[in-house]
Write a protein that binds this ligand. Structure first.
Ligand code: NI
Length: 138
């Protein structure tokens, strides 16, 4: 861990009490830890604006495995991007939700721009019922 520097922050009482209430609800034990997380999150969001920044992402999707074409395309895409030199897809988790639906979580690593492209390709596949991407800059 790098050297720690102490800073003083001036906030009006109302804002501070709202902040304290929020972080207490989230389970933070100190303001410092909550503020550190806020700063990290903000910096990570900023880095996501840069398509060349390094990031990791989880693509979550729900689909009906009876749409065999989608199942094939999904597997095909995962193999392509795994063997690819940039290797965006590093892992996946498959859960059979019920008789029809499957939940798949695909983990991607790479540059923000590449990750978004692969994620969009996955989520736009015909047969995907629900999907979302959670991306963080590393
Ligand atoms: Ni399944």
């Amino acid at each position: 861990m790098s050297e720690i520097e102490r800073i003083g922050v001036s906030l009006d009482k109302e804002l501070l009490s709202m902040f304290d209430e929020l972080i207490a609800g989230q389970g933070y034990e100190s303001r410092s830890e909550a503020i550190r997380d806020l700063v990290r999150r903000r910096l990570s969001e900023e880095r996501l604006q840069n398509p060349k920044a390094k990031a990791v992402a989880a693509v979550l999707l729900v689909y009906d495995h009876h749409s065999t074409k989608l199942t094939e395309s999904l597997i095909g895409l995962q193999h392509t991007h795994t063997l690819d030199s940039s290797r965006q897809i590093i892992s996946s988790l498959h859960v059979h939700l019920d008789e029809h639906d499957c939940l798949e979580v695909i983990i991607l690593r790479g540059r923000v721009g590449e990750i978004n492209k692969v994620a969009e390709k996955i989520l736009s596949m015909k047969g995907v019922k629900l999907g979302r991407v959670n991306i963080v800059a590393t």
